[in-house]
Ligand binder design. Structure first.
Ligand code: GDP
Length: 326
């Protein structure tokens, strides 16, 4: 199918066209890459935007349970919700996390929802691009909210925060000393900390954890994109569907404030620049790895540097000059 036809199906919200287009942006084939770029360019003039919500949390904290309950909450209000997963570690098991779909059984059957499991990709840069482009495709297909889920075990939450309008950290109730367990850098990215499992026996521990994090958040440096009172910590129970209305109300309040104050546009502009620069860097590194002439030059110069025949700086300058000439 040609690009204009694909684009018009997608803009009409055709789910099969969306799924196919995501497969296209995930592909490593050179001809697919060219088609994906053309398709994204054809969709851009529509200028559709969703609220992009990044969600991170360690395995077992309740991400899928939360997304299922929260997603249904949103679709119940008539909103269309897309869920994308970023999970570089899934490459280890050789594919999408087992049952990404069955994990969100009801939501995956909801006609207003679209769930895309994570592909197997080893390279974080590749994951970043495919997710970013998949977000754009979901926006073009008319989704109101795009949830980008990541397992909080590495760099992937930074990557997600760099493509989201709001970033949510999902935590489980903990003993007081576990506050240290959340890396400061991750806390600094959070707009909202949701302490899940605030039910049954865990409720009081969850409320204590909320208070601990609320205190810790107040000590963080204020960012320009934070209105008074943000970032915030709240208790929720994904299992018992508690606190989700309040959590969504807080997300909307924050989103509206950021929109009104121009932070949304600024943050997206900065993110676009960041990704442009990251793509250039990734592309240069890929060429160093794959271009036979460059590899040969690197090997020869590396040997010369090792033998003390050439200084590291001068040898590097030679390679960089070659890269610049293309
Ligand atoms: P994920 O690995 O972060 O996606 O976590 P899951 O959604 O698979 O949940 C891990 C476990 O925590 C499951 O046994 C869930 O039933 C349980 N769980 C999730 N949310 C809640 C909650 O709000 N309260 C309680 N008590 N358990 C929950």
């Amino acid at each position: 199918m040609d690009i204009p036809a694909q684009a018009s199906l997608l803009l009409n919200g055709d789910r099969r066209a969306l799924a196919r287009a995501i497969t296209l942006v995930e592909s490593g084939r050179v001809d697919h890459r060219a088609q994906a770029t053309a398709l994204l360019a054809a969709l851009a003039p529509a200028g559709r935007q969703a609220l992009r919500i990044g969600l991170s949390g360690t395995p077992g904290v309740g991400k899928s349970t939360f997304i299922e309950a929260f997603g249904l909450h949103l679709t119940g209000q008539g909103l269309r919700v897309a869920v994308l997963a970023v999970d570089p570690s899934s490459a280890r098991s050789g594919g999408s996390i087992l049952g990404d779909k069955t994990r969100m059984e009801h939501l995956s059957r909801d006609p207003r929802a679209f769930i895309r499991p994570s592909p197997s990709q080893t390279h974080l840069g590749g994951v970043a691009r495919r997710t970013r482009e998949a977000v754009s495709l979901c926006e073009a297909a008319g989704f109101d909210v795009v949830l980008i889920e990541t397992v909080g075990v590495g760099q992937s939450e930074t990557l997600v925060a760099e493509m989201a309008d709001l970033f949510i950290l999902l935590l489980a109730p903990a003993g007081g000393d576990e506050l240290q367990g959340v890396k400061r850098g991750i806390m600094e990215m959070a707009d909202l900390i949701l302490v899940n499992k605030a039910d049954g026996d865990l409720k009081s521990a969850a409320l204590r954890t909320v208070a601990d994090y609320a205190g810790a958040l107040r000590l963080l440096r204020k960012r320009p994109q934070d209105p008074a009172g943000f970032p915030k910590a709240l208790p929720v129970s994904a299992l018992e569907d508690q606190g989700l209305t309040e959590a969504w109300a807080q997300m909307q309040e924050l989103a509206e404030w950021r929109r009104a104050e121009g932070h949304f546009a600024r943050m997206r502009a900065e993110q676009a620049r960041h990704w442009f620069e990251a793509e250039v860097r990734d592309g240069m590194l890929a060429r160093l790895r794959t271009d036979p002439a460059l590899r040969a030059q690197m090997a020869a110069l590396g040997a010369a540097v090792e033998a003390g025949q050439q200084a590291p700086g001068a040898a590097a300058a030679e390679v960089l000059a070659g890269l610049a000439r293309g």
